[in-house]
Design a protein around this ligand. Sequence first.
Ligand code: ATP
Length: 331
Amino acid sequence: MKSIGIVTSGGDAPGMNAVMWAAVKAARFRNMKIYGVMNGYQGLIDNEIVELNDRNIEGIIDRGGTRLGTARCAAMMTEEGQHAAVRNMYDHGIEGLLVAGGDGSFRGARDLARLGVPVVCVPATIDNDLGYTDYCIGFDTACNTAVDAISKIRDTMMSHNRVAVVEVMGRHCGDIALTVGMVGGADYILVPEVEYDKPFDIDNVVDRLTKNREYGNKSAMVVLAEGVMYEHKNRAELLGQMILERMPQLDLKVNILGHVQRGGCPSARDRRYALQMTERAVQMLHHGDTGRVVGIKDSAVIDMPLDEALAIKKVLNESFFRLAHALGQAI
Ligand code: ATP
């Protein structure tokens, strides 16, 4: 291929700009033209497509968010929208598309591939919820942000002998909660995957907090993913109330970390994986090796067919799960 496009889609993730940076550099290295699609698939449908050069990427490798913009785009779910996207690509002479995003964005890419568009996908979503890859760009930065916040919350909780309930992101996937709960020294970690297997039982949480007191601890930390009790809008508050109904003597504070987890300068790990995976993706587009995804397995870059990747179910990291248990952190 001599001319490719890049789109960032779905929720933004720190490291998406590093993907854009690497795509422009890798395309130029191969004398390929590269076009940026603005605002996710919406920009593809609305024909918001610009040719990229070094000026567009100067100083962005360490910036959070995505300079290209992103959007949730309902029109991409329609045949009409998809045909408009294909038409606009071909009008610009774009022969193939690099898609950076999560599983929804990959499904959009699959629809384009079915219409004959050569695509290669790079996983970029803070939730880390794609089953075929060990790692998605943005996850490390989001965890670092949440761990930093949890440490600060612990400082003040300990000073006042308080209990904290902290909600982190992760609608279907507990990777952020499990990771930050573990390394943040949480006493109880609640993830949606466990809730799917057995109904959430408040008595287990209360039992753990009671034992925690008996062991001599004056404060405690409960970390929950937003996917736990997801049907309740104020799930963290609800969990706090449920604990207080059973342990009214506690001084308990609820903290919802929210969108702070999406922003910020991408970590070295996120940038390194962004550069590695994007360079591979551009190389694959150049060779016409498309309809595939790039990912990370055992720290190495891999690629596989898009259909196969989407069929792999994401499961909770079993060894982390066992480690948390062995360290007395209830899940
Ligand atoms: P994140 O996990 O960070 O939210 P994501 O890529 O999964 O990222 P989604 O909002 O699920 O985010 O999907 C992004 C976009 O991909 C959607 O707004 C829509 O335009 C497109 N998309 C999602 N699912 C499909 C589908 N089944 N068919 C076609 N396009 C889709």
